[in-house]
Design a protein around this ligand. Sequence first.
Ligand code: EPU
Length: 408
Amino acid sequence: MKKIIVNGGKRLEGEIRVGGSKNAALPIIFACFLINGVSEIDNLPHIGDVQIALDILRSFGGRVWRCEGKTYIDTTRLSYRAPDPKLASKIRASTYLLGGCLSRFGRCPIPNFGGCNFSPRPIDMHIDACLSLGARLCDGAVVCDRLRGADISFRLPSVGATVNAILLAASAEGETHISGCAREPHIDSLIDFLLSCGADIKREDRELCIVGRELHGGSISIIGDMIEAGSYLVLSLMSGGGITVNNCPTDHMQSFLDGLCDLGATYSVSGSSISAELLYPKYSSVTTSPYPGFPTDLQPIIAPLMAFGAGGEITDTVWRDRFGYLASLSHFGIVSDTRSGRAKIYPSTIQSGRSCAPDLRGGMACLITALSATGESEISDLDIILRGYEDLENKLRTLGADIKIIDT
Ligand code: EPU
């Protein structure tokens, strides 16, 4: 494990380029289970979660190589083996093994899926999707002779269950109708990738119609990561407003940018670049909801900005209990109060402190706070943040941050 020592409180300035989206890249890697051939992926982020997903694919015989900045994945010769529980328990996206393995091999054990532990993370809708298409549960695994198209109706728009249902339906016999789907931009990316592989998928808002097909290798360029972009914009607002964030998926960020304005910031967009400035901090409320609403993954990030300004209130309708990170932020002087699924963040005197990263986004919230607090701070378990933020050390140094990373 690594830790980061931050000598904070400096004005940060310069330009950084946002990398490929973690949550777009991961479903696409697992979609390769369905494919007979070689796929080409551009802008695949070099982050911990992606490395683990590629290791899982390699453990089934997948070949992965890079050439001129692109990643190539050959899944022609995959063979079945039980997923390594150690690897599966490291990332949440290992749930996509259900769609990938069941489609390719007709079976998938249900391991202990990992990822951030900020809330209970049930998989009932994933399992229901498998069962609807003809699989059955047997000795802690889902198994099937063949998958057959069916109607699936989700009671809420789960990203992960939508991904698995798409993977299963894309290789099932016949037609599948899925309603109540998630419509995050990374779902569209998965569909675009599968279309390039020969899939037959039609989408209208939250409805999908998929006819199963044999799939060949395809190609995709991973969209920019809106959560990484939002994180650097908040860092900019808390450290003098001098950062320009390039390669932003600006079309996907409207609700977040509106949230910044409600807190008294202003922003300007030029092509795919965004810069922002805090004018007159204002108290405001943020309520997260599935896309196109304010993203839950940016609510831990915006909390320090509220404390830095005039305070605010957060309600998370996606993960109602996602407030454990506030205990870590309290080590940096941030005062908050959580009651009945709602967090009140008080205007606070932000100070240097020490904490471990509680989870990916909560850890980034601590790091942003430490960078804006005068004096020396320390954040341990940095690897948790590196799971989702590409080239963090270089990007922060480019902006003038005084940081030191130590292997512990
Ligand atoms: N849910 C169920 N049953 C299920 C599945 C989900 O009740 O079978 C509920 C969850 O409890 C939650 C809601 O549905 O209340 C939404 O969960 P969803 O399935 O959409 O989340 P996920 O697929 O597990 C992905 C991202 C998360 C992000 C959420 C919501 C990945 C690998 N993870 O998780 O990202 O918070 O969607 O947008 O794509 C992160 O990047 O830091 C992160 C946590």
